[in-house]
Design a protein around this ligand. Structure first.
Ligand SMILES: *Cc1c(COP(=O)(O)O)cnc(C)c1O
Length: 373
């Protein structure tokens, strides 16, 4: 019963849950997006540790699929990825650079997104000091009021192009606020604004589309698109069948089962009280593992097609399921149930928790055993 087992097998057996990341499906999604944008290049957005899936595994897999452009949010993320990718990979920092970080970015060959006149000035000054040109993307705010040059700053820049001295602008870019809603009028309004700004930079092509933007059609593509969620199997467009291949599967282990009478209180606060006799199973994932506490008494796990409702509050390291639907003895210590997979998509879980697939992915905990396929 306690014979020798391999350390890999032990890691699987002892793990509270198994998070399977299908790098083949990731590559298939990359190729599907590439087919959709024709001649434009498809970048991989690998910020936030590739949406929680492990940037050091995901980015090289995308590189192997032909991807050469990678977006992260912070310089620190780019510096970690730089040595894991070929020298022909381009790494862009969406949030721009903090003052003083410019020489380190230039030294590592990392391309900042310049979001303000101040950032343009600092990058241009470094180029002058180093007597070379430095590459950058130039971001315009076309309607999100989040990052990028405001319209009056764009006008100021167009009026004084010398501000860009020494800066080689690879793309002009902006970000869509409502790209997952194809009927939202904000998309076309942002496109008009983007094209108006882009005309002032002849010969510089635009980089505009996130996942949803890819599906808005060729007007939105420019020469470089930047999907994130669609690569990871999330739905790029709301309200239609998800065309992307699922990348993530999450199974969690049962750590205890019990039968309780009517009137039993379940979990913190005694918030759930059983109506009749029930059979319960407690599983080894909680909010510290990224299961939203908002799923308390609302979410579910699955065994095959059988829905197993969460009862009571989600704890830090565990949560409890009502498994009365299953024949007694089906679930035992060590059994696995599905939290994300063929019976419950990322979007299913997200909508039950009142959030979005992005948040579910980026909060996946570090305690699961990760299997990359
Ligand atoms: C995160 C992000 C993306 C990727 O968005 P998805 O909706 O995941 O495709 C693209 N561009 C910018 C500026 C972003 O912040």
């Amino acid at each position: 019963m306690f014979g020798e087992i391999s350390s890999e097998q032990l890691a699987v057996d002892a793990a509270p849950g198994i998070l399977t990341i299908d790098l083949g499906a990731l590559a298939a999604n990359y190729r599907a997006l590439q087919a959709r944008v024709g001649a434009a290049r498809v970048a991989g957005v690998v910020k936030a540790d590739a949406y929680g899936l492990g940037a050091l595994r995901v980015a090289p897999a995308l590189y192997a699929a032909g991807c050469r452009d990678f977006f992260v949010a912070h310089l620190s993320e780019a510096r970690v990825l730089r040595p894991a990718l070929g020298p022909d990979a381009r790494l862009y920092v969406l949030n721009g650079l903090q003052p003083g970080a410019e020489p380190a970015a230039a030294e590592a060959g990392i391309v900042p997104v310049l979001n303000s006149l101040e950032q343009i000035e600092r990058w241009s000054r470094l180029a002058g000091a180093q007597r070379r040109t430095l590459p950058a993307l130039l971001q315009f705010d076309t309607g999100m009021s989040r990052l990028g040059l405001a319209p009056d700053e764009v006008e100021a820049l167009i009026a004084a192009p010398a501000r860009l001295e020494g800066v080689r602008v690879l793309h002009v870019m902006s970000h869509l606020a409502s790209a997952d809603e194809p009927d939202n009028a904000q998309n076309a309004a942002q496109l008009v604004e983007m094209q108006r700004f882009a005309r002032a930079f002849p010969g510089v092509e635009m980089c505009f589309a996130n996942s949803g933007g890819v599906f808005l059609g060729p007007d939105y593509h420019g020469t470089l698109v930047r999907p994130g969620i669609a690569l990871y199997g999330g739905a790029p467009v709301a309200g239609i069948a998800n065309p992307m291949a699922p990348v993530v599967r999450l199974e969690v282990r049962v750590i205890q089962t019990r039968a309780v009478p009517a009137g039993a209180r379940v979990g913190y606060g005694g918030a759930h009280v059983t109506v009749g006799e029930r059979r319960l199973a407690t599983i080894a994932a909680g909010y510290a593992d990224g299961v939203p506490r908002h799923l308390s008494d609302r979410g579910a796990a699955y065994l095959g097609a059988t829905r197993l409702p969460m009862v009571g509050r989600v704890s830090m390291d565990s949560l409890t399921l009502d498994v009365t639907e299953l024949p007694p003895g089906t679930l035992r210590l060590g059994s696995l149930v599905e939290l994300i997979g063929p019976h419950q998509t990322l979007e299913d879980m997200a909508s039950a928790a009142g959030t979005i697939a992005y948040e579910i992915l980026t909060r996946l905990g570090t305690r699961y055993h990760r299997v990359y396929r």
